[in-house]
Design a protein around this ligand. Sequence first.
Ligand code: F6R
Length: 367
Amino acid sequence: EKGGYEHFMLKEIHEQPRAYRDTMLGRIDHANHQAVLPELKLSAEQIKNIRNIQIVACGTAYNAGLIGRTVIEQFARIPVENDVASEYRYRSPIITPETLVIVVSQSGETADTLAALREAQANGAHVLAITNVVGSSIARDADDVLVTLAGPEIAVASTKAYTSQLIAFYLFGLYLAQVRGTMTKEEVAHVLAAMEALPEQVEAMLGQADTIKSYAEQIAKHKHLFFIGRGQDYAVVQEGSLKLKEISYIHSEAYAAGELKHGTLALIEDGVPVISLITQEAVMEKTLSNIKEVKARGAEVLAISYEEHAAELLKSVDHVIVIPKTLPVLTAALSVVTLQLLAYYASLALGHDVDKPRNLAKSVTVE
Ligand code: F6R
């Protein structure tokens, strides 16, 4: 059942290359360099008329939606909002027939997400569900379903479901772009080629988990730590922070790197670990100056970045962990794996029940 792995979580982390491949399977037309999603009922006409998109979900699925937003905005230039499902209904969201609502749910049974779906439909929106369970309540009620093929996820901490949701967002974002004409054929082909390289890149990362393990053993001695990043890196560290809290019980906060100096910097003192995800080259200099701010206050900084930046970063930080290179818009599919492993090994070092963290359930069917 655990296929030789000590925990389901580790097994599921290792299943990600396969989950990426399965979620892409049959959805890439190589001859025409296109994403194809024949299962969608959403017509070209409807897609052209979309005025705004709302992505609604809970927990890790919400965090995947944060990446979904950056992907859709970049590829299709449609404004996207992210909502926590338990908040969505109560803020009287502005929903019109030109609103596309995307609900994201691994289990397809999360009560708040299901309620959000119904609220959206009642207001005339078309609802697309990204889910891992075909026969689930959310899959049955949604107007359209984009299935992730992660396979059953047993560990309470979600890993392969999150990354498969990212793949679904890449495909859907490209599909929107194709219909709306916001990307050239060459641009789409370029993204598709980079997507197809992801599974092997994850495999390479999994083969080098020892560095992450020894760093995790160091942070396991701490009670609090911070994650920082900009742009998509900020979205990824929010997931990294959730994963770490969930299974290691180490308190952490994820901050947009530029926000630290607006209050949080007061919590930085000697030895506090700051994990900085720094892959977005357009804002690298800016993040580097934020790293210097925390270093000057005594923080112990880890930078996660590409190999080509390691030597330069080491002038300013204490440790560097490298990840394989991909397009900036796809980076989450690789960088998050480092943070999943970090949470896993920290939990392991602390002797916690990795697969069944205290107080949590795999499927949350109460509001
Ligand atoms: C965290 C985790 C939860 C779920 C959340 C939504 O690792 O698993 O945050 O992501 O409860 O669950 P689904 O995706 O089933 O709606």
